[in-house]
Design a protein. Structure first.
Length: 224
């Protein structure tokens, strides 16, 4: 397999690798994929492959609990630059805020105005749903993880991805894992980074919280 050396890791790494796996590797390859990450305290039983969302990408909206937390704790958010004034204007209508919070408490995001939805959808480069586990794939080489969102500079891409995967797994009653694939010139120098966090307070899952207190497993595989 020839892996392109350009910078878009979704197109040059994730799509060719996982398209090949889906077409050629049968129904149990996700379990072998999980085993690439060494040192996990517990390697989950993936079971057989159910579906793989690669093209189009899986989109996962922010959870109702995350949106509610952002509205309630707007003073703790850290929007970049002059965005702070815009954010304050968005939450200035007390009646609209209370109505939105009531909707979110019921788990209803559709009843919340767009101006009060302070976090958008998260996209997976590849999402693998197995019999027992969701596996979220993020490919990186020259491109970087997004460090922030519009309204929260501490909410990085890993935090968003983890919470999105966790929300899907929770609804389905399954386990979840997040994998980052970092490749050099080909599969022979692939490194696999695996994250899994215990999400107890979704509204507080940001980059800082992730690094300091919520890590359950963070392992880097040796070069294969």
């Amino acid at each position: 397999m020839v892996v392109d050396s350009s910078t878009n890791s979704k197109d040059t790494r994730v799509k060719p690798i996982f398209s090949w796996l889906s077409a050629n590797a049968g129904q149990t390859w996700p379990s072998r994929l999980v085993q690439l990450a060494t040192g996990l305290a517990e390697v989950p039983n993936c079971g057989t492959l159910g579906r793989m969302a690669l093209e189009p990408e899986q989109e996962v909206p922010a959870t109702a609990s995350r949106l509610a937390w952002m509205i309630k704790n707007v003073n703790l958010l850290s929007p970049p630059g002059r965005q702070w004034r815009i954010l304050r204007d968005r939450v200035s209508d007390g009646d609209a805020v209370q109505k939105a919070l009531r909707s979110l408490e019921r788990g209803d995001v559709t009843g919340v105005p767009r101006t009060l939805q302070l976090e958008g959808k998260t996209h997976a480069d590849c999402l693998i749903e197995c019999e027992h586990v969701f596996i979220w794939i993020e490919g990186k080489r020259y491109d970087w993880l997004s460090p922030s969102t519009d309204w929260d500079i501490s909410r990085d891409q890993i935090a968003r991805n983890l919470e999105a995967c966790w929300s899907l797994a929770r609804e389905a009653g399954k386990d979840y894992l997040h994998y980052s694939f970092v490749t050099s010139t080909g599969l022979s120098t692939m490194k696999v980074v695996c994250w899994k966090v215990i999400v107890k307070q979704p509204g507080l899952l940001d980059g800082l919280t992730f690094l300091k207190s919520n890590v359950a497993n963070l392992q880097l595989a040796s070069e294969r």
